[in-house]
Design a protein. Structure first.
Length: 159
């Protein structure tokens, strides 16, 4: 929950993608965070998450803002392929390796920007490591602008 606003259980993005409110499902999500390339992109670390670190991360994100899974409808099945959160004025996203480069992240970011606008934010920040060119392209493509070496900001326009 952000302020007095109740977090929706699901935010439809389009016909194949929706954002589903976080619930503990570490069996599905832990493998994303055990991929060393994903850990490097997200946290600039060279070691995988364990279940305890993952639990602490989700607890932090879900209690300080809103946290969602990216739910993809593919081949008649629903598959969780990443997570996205907004808290403390910032957005963060992870898409598991096998579903990257399909613009799922961009679509999810746009939906979260709408959510941030809905709850009254003036802007949204994203911290992106200088070496993470893939994420930088994704965030810039939806309107984020660099305001520091590793800080990008999306400004909501008035009217």
């Amino acid at each position: 929950m952000i302020g007095p606003f109740v977090q929706p259980k699901e935010i439809p993005v389009d016909r194949e993608l929706s954002l589903v409110k976080y619930y503990p499902y570490y069996g599905r999500t832990l493998p994303w965070y055990q991929d060393l390339s994903v850990c490097k992109q997200v946290d600039n670390i060279d070691f995988p998450y364990d279940r305890d670190r993952l639990r602490r991360m989700y607890r932090y994100l879900s209690t300080r803002g809103e946290c969602y899974y990216l739910k993809l409808r593919e081949g008649g099945r629903n598959i969780l392929v990443g997570d996205i959160s907004i808290s403390d004025g910032a957005i963060s996203i992870v898409v598991c390796k096998q579903y990257q480069n399909r613009h799922l992240g961009r679509r999810a970011i746009k939906a979260m920007l709408e959510r941030a606008r809905e709850v009254g934010w003036n802007h949204v920040d994203a911290e992106i490591y200088a070496f993470n060119h893939q994420s930088r392209r994704a965030f810039r493509s939806v309107g984020f602008q660099p305001v520091g070496e590793e800080l990008f900001r999306y400004f909501f326009r008035e009217g």
